[in-house]
Design a protein around this ligand. Structure first.
Ligand code: PLP
Length: 377
């Protein structure tokens, strides 16, 4: 098999799985329990928080574990809007956010809020000026992702934060860093965002565990889940100790090899761009700078057919965040590309384990696909 869909999810290294197994079978105490096993579980949760916070460049007390990136995004939008409801009822975001942000914004619209959805240029680019120009006196929240999950575009969060500050805006700034964490180096304390969402399964951790950074401007945020008072009273529920241990282990492994793995992914991406663009009619979509995401279009060939054809040959790529019933994803649609180009967009994404052979296999399969085994549009 050739797995080229690391932006969808990643394999869990053995050391991560082993650590999760150890926690599940040996350190299975409830961190709230008042005996040794429970105390050890509490220490484990604290250690995991320290590890992830250090990698994010924030204080452990600013990091709250959640059940996934989706939950972090939903919570960020609702917490920021609640916190700033006295400022106004306007949100600025982009049309290319993950659905976890877009649907949370749509929910706010149903509550009477106004949302401005900014569209990037045809390359997926978005400038800080564009974002700042949309901010109003009554803007309570600006939510712009750090790295787009379909295009690999990296958005200027720090410039947006500086611009908001310079303009004296009271808007809180959220960034969905699910695809940026440990891919595009940054430290929360320098980025200037008030809220940052993370997810473990994009970096070799298990699924269904994430985190939300809540910076200093978010004092006394609205709790997401009321109950036993875990996560500083903000997100109750017995801690998912094995998931957290897997998250922390994955962070540790990625950090230990960060430079090498980023250089490797960049090299793989450059190799893929060079090889794939030699296929007639194939073009790169969005010049995203993230090292692990590459979108291309095989003009005239519907992406779902390509995905199915490659899948039959053991090659896993995606049709963006899934081409819904023949329509391009909302991200591709936002680029306003010619119809035949938009319909043929597929995403290849890479991890530390990706090899040039994986890329060669995809290249061969795409060439074969193009020789007309499946009907053109
Ligand atoms: N945000 C982005 C940019 C993503 O790529 C994803 C996952 O695809 C998410 C949020 C959601 O993360 P999770 O799958 O952990 O809910």
């Amino acid at each position: 098999m050739h797995y080229l869909d690391y932006a969808a999810t990643t394999p869990v290294p053995k050391a991560v799985a082993d650590e999760m197994y150890r926690v599940l079978t040996e350190e299975y105490g409830n961190p709230s329990s008042q005996y040794e096993l429970g105390r050890r579980a509490k220490e484990l949760v604290d250690a995991c928080r320290n590890t992830v916070a250090e990698a994010l460049g924030c204080e452990p007390g600013e990091l709250f574990f959640t059940s996934c990136g989706t939950e972090s995004d939903n919570w960020a939008v609702s917490a920021a809007c609640w916190k700033n409801r006295h400022v106004g009822r306007h949100i600025v975001t982009t049309a290319v956010e993950h659905s976890a942000v877009l649907e949370a914004c749509r929910w706010m619209e149903q509550q009477g809020w106004q949302v401005t959805y900014l569209t990037p240029d045809a390359n997926g680019g978005l400038t800080a000026e564009q974002v700042l120009a949309a901010v109003r006196e009554d803007t309570a929240l600006v939510s712009v992702m750090l790295v787009n999950n379909e295009l690999g575009s990296v958005y200027p969060i720090r410039e947006i934060a500086e611009g908001l500050q310079a303009a004296g805006s009271r808007a809180l700034l959220h960034t969905d860093a699910v695809q940026g964490f440990l891919k595009v180096p940054f430290a929360a304390r320098d980025l200037g965002a008030d809220l940052i969402s993370l997810s473990a399964h994009k970096i070799g951790g298990p699924k269904r565990v994430g985190a939300l950074y809540l910076g200093g401007r978010i004092k006394n945020p609205r709790p997401l889940l009321a109950g036993g008072g875990q996560e500083g009273g903000l997100r109750s529920g017995t801690e998912a100790t094995a998931q957290l241990a897997g998250f922390a282990k994955a962070v540790e492994l990625r950090r230990a090899q960060l430079e090498e793995s980023l250089a490797h992914m960049s090299e793989i991406k450059a190799y893929a761009v060079e090889g794939l663009t030699s296929i007639p009619g194939l073009r790169v979509i969005g010049g995203g700078a993230a090292p692990h995401i590459l979108s291309v279009s095989l003009e005239g060939y519907p992406s779902q057919n390509i995905v199915n054809d490659l899948s039959a040959q053991g090659i896993c790529v995606s049709a963006g965040s899934a081409c819904h019933r023949g329509k391009p994803s909302h991200v591709v649609a936002a680029l306003r590309l010619p119809k035949k180009v938009a319909a043929g967009v597929i995403r290849l994404s890479f991890g530390p384990e990706t090899t040039k052979e994986d890329i060669d296999a995809a290249m061969r399969a795409l060439r074969l696909h193009q020789t007309g085994r499946l009907p053109m549009l």
